[in-house]
Ligand binder design. Structure first.
Ligand code: MF3
Ligand code: CO
Ligand code: CO
Length: 273
């Protein structure tokens, strides 16, 4: 597929378009939030997301999104337990003790908002320590990554801060195969935003006007993953341990990072799961 490179430093009018796309996407997360509980199927959550998006005249970016082995068949990704990312909603029901990441992306007037949260399913006493800890770690890594950035910074400051935190506090695996990304008129555009430092991220910088995601995936064990050979999408941990993820879309402004996908009812920085 040949596409023109999209513009990556946005002017104020374009920043406003991203703000409204991300506001809609965040509102959608708050709409699905009360439905994410034991007994609901991931397909039912997808249906709610699909209908709310279409009812408001917008487009679910995941639906028919092209991949190596065919298009993504649903309107969101829901990744349960050992699924790292790109879980396809279906008939399986969420059960007490599960962790489920709901990843939403909407196209609003041509501009994309992208975010995800991991939910602990069921009552407090039904959640294992490992489930709580990987979820807490992924949540904290998102904000540690965001807070590491500043206008003109190297992209690698994000991965450095995340890896440092995980090493010192947990010893979990930080997924390096799947990365955050530039976002705007395209879902995935330059630059890559890895959650571990890399030579390319050390060379590239985040300039004012750039929109991007940070979306750390934290595994209970090895960072290695396996992609499902049948559906071509579902990515699982190689060792079968749990994986958690949180994602925001962020605008770098002249004065620092602005989180565009803030929800009203989701966990705030500093939240303890
Ligand atoms: N929302 C994911 C991300 O954060 C990408 C999902 S692509 C899909 O980048 F095709 F699987 F939906
Ligand atoms: Co993303
Ligand atoms: Co996403």
């Amino acid at each position: 597929m040949i596409r023109r490179q999209p513009k990556i430093r946005l002017i104020e009018e374009e920043r406003e378009m991203m703000r409204s796309a991300c506001r809609f996407n965040a509102d959608l997360m708050d709409i699905v939030r009360p439905h994410v509980k034991p007994g609901v199927s991931t397909g039912e959550l997808d249906r709610i997301i699909h209908e709310y998006t279409l009812d408001h005249g917008h487009v679910p970016a995941c639906l028919d999104y092209p991949g190596e082995k065919g298009a993504f068949p649903k309107s969101c990704c829901i990744s349960v337990n050992d699924v790292i990312c790109h879980g396809i909603p279906g008939d399986d029901e969420l059960k007490p003790g599960d962790i489920a990441n709901v990843d939403l992306t909407t196209i609003v007037d041509g501009w994309h908002g992208d975010q995800s949260e991991t939910f602990l399913i069921g009552e407090d006493q039904e959640i294992s320590d490992q489930a709580r800890n990987v979820t807490q770690c992924a949540f904290d890594c998102l904000y540690i990554g965001i807070n590491a950035t500043s206008p003109g910074c190297r992209i690698s400051v994000i991965g450095q801060a995340i890896v440092e935190h995980v090493k010192q506090n947990y010893g979990f695996g930080v997924v390096d195969k799947y990365v955050g990304h530039g976002i705007g008129t395209q879902f995935h555009q330059r630059p890559n935003i890895p959650h571990v430092p890399s030579p390319q991220s050390h060379r590239e910088r985040l300039h004012p006007g750039m929109c991007f995601t940070i979306e750390p995936m934290i595994n209970g064990g090895t960072p290695n993953s396996v992609c499902d050979r049948n559906d071509g999408w579902t990515v699982r941990t190689q060792d079968g341990r749990l994986s958690a993820q949180f994602e925001h879309t962020i605008l770098m402004t002249e004065t620092g990072p602005e989180i565009l996908t803030v929800t009203q009812h989701g966990p705030k920085p500093g939240f303890r799961f």
